[in-house]
Design a binder for this molecule. Sequence first.
Ligand code: ADP
Ligand code: MG
Length: 625
Amino acid sequence: MTTTDTAAVSQPFQAEVSELLHLMVHSVYSETDIFLRELISNASDACDKLRYQAIAAPELIGENDAPNIRVIPDKKANTLTVADTGIGMERQELIDNLGTIARSGTKAFVAKLAEAKDGAGLIGQFGVGFYSAFMVAQRIIVTSRRAGSREVWSWSSSGGAGFEVAPADEQDAKRVARGTEIVLHLKEDAKKYLETHEIERIVGAYSDNIQFPIVLVADEGEPRQINSASALWQRAKSELTPEDYTKAYQSIAHAFDEPAMTLHYRAEGRYSYAVLLFAPSTKPFDLFEPARKGKVKLYVRRVFITDDADLLPAYLRFVRGVVDSEDLPLNISREMLQNNPQLVQIRKAVATRVVGELETLAEKDAENFNKIWDAFGAVIKEGIYEDFERREKLLALSRFFSTTGEKRTLKQYVAELKPNQTEIYFLVGDSIERLKSNPRLEAASARGIEVLLLTDPVDAFWTSARLEFEGKPLQSLSQGDLNFDLIPLLEENKDKGEPAADEAQTIAIIKSSLGERVTDVKASTRLTTSASCLVAGSHGPDRELERLLSQQNRGMRSKPILEINLRHPLVAAIANKGSDKTIADDLSLLLLEQAQILDGELPEDPAAFAARLNRLVLQGLALSQ
Ligand code: ADP
Ligand code: MG
């Protein structure tokens, strides 16, 4: 051991931790109770880790020495202690774990908290882990002994800028035989947490599902266990109430909302396992963080193994809960988890059950299904291109906002096709408002054809897979050739007369003006009032997907096709002014640039665009004088 290892050190907190502590001290939080849930949850994790490591190294747990958690109020000393006989922390672990914030979700939360005027509601929606103890404590002392180690270390802090780590004194070291003891010196206004009925109330509300005994050691009376410490998922459905499930969800998922879906069953047969899964009703802060993975916990015969076993496909990563296997070996290594044939089987079966349960919910409980869809629809849609096997089901589950002004299913869409309509039309973009005024909608609106307006980033990806629903292909309005001819116009849009411009002549002029800027110029079937729009060829990616990819520096943008509306006066003017090359060039470029602007893009050369526009406006003014 080197000298620096034994010496006391003072260290600053990571910037995010300081910020979080500052926010907690300087705002009034009503939900201070949750600190106890967070500390007990950490104690429970530590007991889980010990039990897992003891499978390979049984000497870590002695006889009559099963891991447990103690809550010790001391009115004389004005301290509340939460102690566990779990895995414990070494010196460096104390520094790393209690000085930084590792979780991306917590970082996102701190950023949100800093923005919000009133953090009280927010902190109630999200635990901030260990640091929440500073809501009630003016000083915290953590003493810890890693299981199997002779060293005991103390971490202490009064919040503020930093913490100290030093070897524990002899008395503390003796008391902490294994695991972690957290002593909170309570703030003046937090003394109620010394009352046993308060402690029992909070443990009952938040921590009853903790699997290890939580023992209350009060000044008066014998120590007694205050939680039921049972694995709820092992109990029969008939014994459990909706409140039991909500509590289990909140404790397993670290959540404060109500579950929008609960799935509890036992699979028997070749493999036996219990499943208890929940879908939250609200969206977490880090849903789209790349690091976020599914957090369904794998247990083997009630021993926690890992929450990193990817038990569900990525597009179901919002689901929380437990799968508890009867048959897997307890000593299954984390490396074996990926390819274990039994787990492969379990993954498949559980994903099928979850998707099936979503289907049932969609049919029977629209209110809760809609909560899930609103919060996680953008994630579920990833499954449309990732999960080939369940694609049809996921398409049927999906809800899309459409030109009807409502959220629609594809089933509803297909049931209300226009006469001779054989395709499902959609348009991808970044906002409903912008899509509603998109010129590509014109011919469809003139015929009363419903169009799905897709605005989640993921929509550009799954739609590129060229899908069908009930035999009807999905077709983008910004891509390829459309043929609406057989679909009748609405009465008020009939009789528009012959196009003003000659097709072949006009196209030839525009092509010669635009040259290499476009791959082709075509007469449009999708426009009725606008002069022009850009579309992608029938093969290759949609324009919206290309735009997204090029924003992320992935992939080049290909040259578009310019479609023109032969009935538009500007287009007719090109045919008329064909002999004046400068005017024809200006007008043709304007058609292209307009179309780019309507797509929310800048013309390639904005200065030249402005100059051209001014020139044409001045000419127009001169003509009308
Ligand atoms: P989280 O539990 O989400 O990781 P916390 O802020 O609650 O975040 O805790 C940070 C880390 O500190 C934990 O991941 C764990 O490694 C460590 N830790 C906290 N409490 C204990 C404990 N009682 N025993 C062992 N390790 C602990
Ligand atoms: Mg925690």
